[in-house]
Write a protein that binds this ligand. Structure first.
Ligand SMILES: [Zn+2]
Length: 388
């Protein structure tokens, strides 16, 4: 015997009485003569709910239509298994679905019909596949599309929702059709709302290849705050010439190339400034010590690493004798001395101030780190010890 599906008569029916036709202890399922539960078979998710005969209650976690036999089975949650013994074939029971879930699915399903209609009629994009769950729905389209297309499709769909067109179900030759106003007619056995206005909010929030994810009602309101903002922010950064999703990758690659060029250029400028300061810095020129006159220069160059500093100084042989003290990348201190005053002496001065610091070197070059105090502190320590 076939189970009568009451949702075909009334999508809004939440409860019904039914007779148990079959009890299966093996797979923990029940077959009824009629049901308000929507069985998972097509693309709409299953209803959940309860089957009751006081004082016993069975929780239903899913309802499925067997592909081969067409039998509709109500599957119990594991904690209802023992209560099944209190039920028997032929018994009359009361059924009630989780209406909150069902109503959300009705809105999502109706929104899918509307989106599929808009995308096909206005943009020539047919729906190939879909799935409708409590949190979201998706449709898979038969072609590529731009962000603008999706945003206008969303906008058009939202306008129809505001107009609140009526939805009707029609059956012909044993097949069910769902009709939105006078715009769309498609074959469907799922559940839908009576008016488009019941959908409330509809938002597209994610795209994966040709798959478009959308959410409705309360889910869509959450998305507006959480996720859509991010994706819209990203979209606002994309220049208008990036019309298609496949061009997006190219655009990202170009941006990466530009970024890498800018990084190199910034590095070159920093190094250029450093070279210039090797000649221009007279801040601590002419410091006397042990009857010698020294030239000291300090350089705060956090983007340049020690290797580059050595190379630059090697190439800049024409500068007057001096001791260059550089705070480089990764807070490494490099000292290059063409004075008679040895570079490693400076390293000793710093290590005496900060025992955590490691380092050493020769008369002409010394390095050490990490130097955690400020550049100003570095200057102060060196000058203070120097003039002692
Ligand atoms: Zn449908």
């Amino acid at each position: 015997m076939k189970t009568r599906l009451l949702h075909f008569r009334n999508d809004y029916q939440k409860t019904c009485y039914a007779k148990i036709i079959e009890l299966n202890k093996e797979d923990q399922s029940i077959v009824l003569d009629q049901t308000v539960f929507y069985p998972r078979g097509g693309n709409q998710d299953t209803d959940t709910g309860i089957i009751r005969q006081d004082p016993y209650i069975l929780s239903i976690e899913s309802v499925k239509k067997d592909r081969d036999t067409g039998v509709i089975k109500h599957y119990l949650t594991p904690d209802s298994a023992t209560a099944l013994d209190m039920f028997h074939t032929g018994q009359s029971v009361f059924c009630e679905i989780n209406w909150e879930k069902r109503y959300q699915l009705m809105k999502t399903h109706t929104a899918q019909h509307l989106l599929s209609y808009v995308l096909e009629s206005q943009f020539g994009l047919k729906t190939l596949k879909l799935d409708l769950l409590i949190d979201y729905g998706y449709i898979e389209l038969d072609g590529t599309f731009s962000f603008e297309t999706l945003l206008s499709a969303q906008h058009i769909a939202q306008r129809y929702i505001k107009q609140g067109l009526a939805i009707k179900r029609k059956s012909s030759n044993g097949k069910f059709h769902v009709i939105i106003g006078n715009i769309d007619d498609r074959e469907c056995g799922g559940t839908h709302v009576r008016r488009l206005s019941e959908i409330g909010c509809l938002n597209i929030y994610k795209v994966e290849e040709q798959r478009v994810y959308f959410a409705v009602a309360r889910n869509a309101e959450d998305i507006r705050e959480d996720q859509q903002l991010d994706s819209l922010k990203l979209q606002s950064m994309i220049p208008p010439q990036v019309k298609h999703v496949d061009k997006f990758k190219q655009w990202v690659e170009n941006m990466q190339a530009e970024l890498s060029y800018l990084r190199t250029r910034t590095q070159e400028l920093a190094e250029g400034n450093f070279c210039h300061s090797l000649y221009a810095s007279h801040e601590f020129s002419g410091i006397e010590r042990d009857n010698e006159t020294y030239h000291l220069s300090f350089h705060n160059i956090p983007t340049i690493d020690v290797k580059r500093v050595k190379k630059i100084l090697k190439d800049e042989k024409g500068r007057p004798p001096q001791t260059s003290i550089c705070l480089c990348k990764n807070r490494t201190v490099a000292v290059i001395s063409t004075n008679p005053f040895p570079a490693f002496e400076i390293m000793h001065i710093l290590k005496a101030q900060d025992p955590q610091m490691r380092g050493g070197g020769s008369k002409t070059f010394a390095q050490g780190g990490p130097f955690l105090a400020s550049f100003e502190q570095l200057k102060e320590w060196v000058l203070r010890e120097w003039t002692v």
